[in-house]
Design a protein around this ligand. Sequence first.
Ligand code: SME
Length: 151
Amino acid sequence: MKSDRYTTIIKILDSLYMEESNLMANLSNTAAVIKEYLGFFWVGFYIVDEKSNQLIVGPYQGPLACGRIEYGRGVCGSSWKEAKTLVVKDVHEFPGHISCSPLSQSEIVVPIIKDGKVMAVLDIDHDKKATFDEEDQKYLERICDEMAKLF
Ligand code: SME
């Protein structure tokens, strides 16, 4: 069951974050754990760069992805701008969706918010349509709440 997998992921991440405080190490291991336990197509982070007002790709697992995303652009830039989770059942129907791989069909983007500011977004793509539901959103938001403390 999906909820069991998320519960396992959360336990693993809790112990990782207790042992390690380095941000890049934790982002890298988080992407790996989510990808391994849930088998999504692409799992990774885009980190807010205040200087350029762009998202810059961070640690990820999956095929090569675009390096920078403008504020308000694509699913990631929109999630950053709106400071809320976006669940996209069919990426072809999301206006301005940025296609990093033609195989990607559905996507969820969850902002990591600290002191009211979006620090990064967790981006997950899958190669099937309508992959992500309220359950994914609930658990991934819980994970991102914990991750906000790492920034
Ligand atoms: N599809 C994203 C771009 C990042 S890739 O999916 C890894 C977007 O529209 O923001």
